[in-house]
Design a protein around this ligand. Sequence first.
Ligand SMILES: Cc1cc2nc3c(=O)[nH]c(=O)nc-3n(C[C@H](O)[C@H](O)[C@H](O)COP(=O)(O)O)c2cc1C
Length: 349
Amino acid sequence: MRANIFSFCYRFTRFIVTKTLYFFQAILFKPKDLEPAVKLGDSVLSTISFVGTPFFNFPLPTYQDVEVFDLIFPSPLIGSSFKSETSILNIWLKMGLGGLIFKTILKNPRNGNEQPRLQDAYLDGEAGLLNSMGLPGPGIDSFAQAITQSKLWKYNRPLGISIGGDSYKEYIQNIAKIQDAMLPTSFPFFYEINISCPNTENGGTLGENPKLLNGLLTEIRQGNSTPISVKVSPELSDEKLKQIGDLCRKHEKIFINAGNTHYKKPSEVGIYPNDFSMIGGGFSGPSLFLRTLEMVKIFSEFKIPILATGGISTIHHINAAKQNGAVLFGMATALVLDPYCVPKINSQL
Ligand SMILES: Cc1cc2nc3c(=O)[nH]c(=O)nc-3n(C[C@H](O)[C@H](O)[C@H](O)COP(=O)(O)O)c2cc1C
């Protein structure tokens, strides 16, 4: 009941804030841009969280622990890799996420692409987001220094560190830096390898080159037994997905994150091209779900734990993905559009 009321208030406020912002952007002849509304929303939520208890504190589900290798997730709902601001991640954990994955980190600090690079979007009548953030972030050294001090560890829920790389070598180096930083700690964590970054000499990705991915996993596993999630793009062919499933099962403590954004041009998802700085970006939201389900079915053959990501926002999505073999469920867009889906789903598990 409480979650339903707050959910309505959140969606109503979000609607008013974004429409007001777009109105002012239009009269100032600025392109439409969702990012300032997200930043404003984040600071309002962080302020409210100081007042707190009734707005964000929700119980975890009972008897729904999911064990993946040595990690125990008290809810199967996982915050997908797309944000690293502690204050917001803290709120989502309070609301009942069983774990989360930080935004992908690369070697060097990056500002990402020019704005506007995040917009509300629509596909097949369903709301979603189009982003071409370009992986902004502080760089691996700052991240590695800050991560052991994060107050998010107090929840004792598994946190994922998403590793990207502009080259094969960069993945290895980034993981080594995190491993060194985490060595003195006993926090429950895992790596997520984002294999969608262009990271081979010809500009391809590790996902397109399973042999290279196999080499990477072999090299990481030398002296490192931390669980690894391999995040696989829905845009790979089914044949490639099978090759990846087959190679992942031959390594220890590997699970698959099945799903990610789908590449779309702004005009394909209801955005005026001048309101987007890039030719295209990653579309996310409920209309991704059918492909997510196909991926889960493909990977279930290989008997490795599956985290399903892409389009998940209701208990029906969870039940369908679970029936087909997924044990964990990642969410990004749903957390932006209405984070109260977390307590709602947890209460229905
Ligand atoms: C603004 C934004 C930024 C994202 N950044 C990352 C990222 O840094 N690394 C990553 O692996 N996925 C990233 N994603 C993809 C999400 O983690 C998720 O896989 C995708 O949005 C599909 O799930 P959804 O339909 O629940 O949003 C991002 C998505 C959004 C919307």
